[in-house]
Ligand binder design. Structure first.
Ligand code: NAP
Ligand code: FE
Length: 368
């Protein structure tokens, strides 16, 4: 049995976990830069929990609350400039994947001079500010990954900074923060998490340990499909989704994502389709493609999602996602070319050809 598995992040989960375990932050330094989006952290109680905890620890903080969805490279440099100006010792991110990913790039750029041209090159010095991540969506798993995914206008897509330096020191998971999420964001982020775990099982780096995590994650998310469709989730289900999302993060931290994420990035970049939704639109057609080559593996994934066929899985996704977006053949060709250039493609258990990715796009959206 060959296993390569790494997870250096301390995970602390439970209601009120920030306040109940706040003293762990004292080891991080005297001053924090707190990174958030514009609104939600102020409304769901998470920012207050963090600031009260820091204050009672005798630690000071500054807040950078300008992270937009699908954060840009420029946003990361702006946050890093603030971290330098404020002499922050560590970075706390609160929010969905966007503030968490921005915070990782900020923690790197606060202590290393890296030009925008070299930001995605993959070779960095050893310095980074320690990171504490607090997810308030149940989707990206960024709280336990070494990836920061930024909108890369130079390459006209989304690109990841991937380095073990970016593994957070601590992840706090309190599902109460996710209670006020809109129905749309709840569904889209749950599908992102599902996609991480499914793609993890379709990666050539999957192993027995990532399979265990991915299996539990897929089962947990699928058990919430009915609640997700109705827009009614009990607190216990919200917690299950947050847990499943973290497991998905642990999976992709070790397996990477595959063609689905690579193809989804263009749907987000060019068509402004939410990240999780973009993956969800493509997932069933990707499983259909792989069914020819690795039927047993696809069947295993379908069974975990409580489905007996790709068609049933497709119907579940349709019910969750509603009407699909339109796409032209020119877009199919451009997005396929972009996806084929990513590292994700070589990561696939069965490496797809360009014409196969075109077929996945054609099956997934409404071609006009
Ligand atoms: P997001 O862009 O972080 O947030 C989406 C929306 O949800 C924002 O309007 C945000 O508002 C709001 N929101 C967040 N938490 C909320 C809460 N508790 N209650 C109410 N509203 C809330 O969405 P996301 O899907 O979590 O993250 C997507 C990003 O993560 C993409 O850039 C994607 O590429 C990346 N990603 C990263 C990884 C990784 O491993 N690093 C993996 C997958 C995806 P505010 O702006 O006001 O906070
Ligand atoms: Fe994702």
């Amino acid at each position: 049995m060959n296993i390569l598995y790494h997870m250096p992040t301390k995970v602390i989960m439970g209601n009120h976990c920030v306040k109940n375990n706040g003293t762990v932050l004292t080891a991080m330094g005297k001053k924090a830069l707190i990174v958030t989006g514009a609104r939600s952290a102020k409304m769901n109680g998470s920012l207050e929990d963090v600031t009260v905890t820091l204050s009672s620890n005798g630690q000071s903080f500054a807040v950078y609350d300008k992270v937009m969805s699908n954060p840009t490279v420029e946003c990361a440099y702006e946050g890093a400039a603030l971290a330098r100006a404020e002499k922050a010792d560590f970075v706390i991110a609160i929010g969905g994947g966007s503030p968490m990913d921005a915070a990782k790039a900020i923690a790197l750029l606060a202590v290393q001079d890296i030009s925008a041209e070299k930001l995605f090159a993959g070779s960095y010095g050893n310095e980074v500010l320690p990171l504490v991540l607090i997810p308030t969506t149940a989707g990206t798993g960024s709280e336990v990954t070494q990836y920061s995914i930024l909108t890369n206008n130079a390459a006209r897509t989304k690109t990841s900074i991937a380095t073990p330096l970016l593994f957070p020191k601590i992840a706090f998971l309190d599902a109460r923060y996710t209670e006020g999420l809109s129905h749309k964001t709840t569904v889209n982020t749950a599908i992102d998490a599902l996609s991480h775990s499914v793609e993890g099982m379709l990666s050539n780096r999957a192993n027995a340990m990532t399979d265990i995590l991915a299996s539990d994650s897929i089962r947990g998310i699928a058990s919430c499909f009915a609640g997700l469709k109705k827009g009614e989730l009990a607190a216990e289900q919200r917690e299950r989704l947050l847990y499943a999302s973290m497991l998905g993060g642990m999976v992709i931290a070790n397996t990477g994502t595959t063609a689905v994420h690579a193809m989804g990035y263009s749907l987000t970049y060019y068509k402004d389709i939410d990240h999780g939704r973009a993956n969800g639109l493509l997932l069933a057609a990707f499983l259909k493609l792989l069914e020819k080559e690795i039927p047993a593996r696809v069947q295993e994934i379908l069974a975990l999602a409580d489905c007996t066929s790709v068609a049933e899985f497709d119907s579940q996704m349709d019910q969750l996602l509603g009407e699909k977006e339109e796409m032209t053949m020119e877009e199919v060709e451009l997005y396929t070319r972009t996806a084929m250039k990513t590292r994700n493609i070589a990561n696939c258990l069965v490496v797809p050809k360009a014409e196969e990715l075109e077929e996945v796009y054609r099956r997934s959206l409404r071609i006009v």
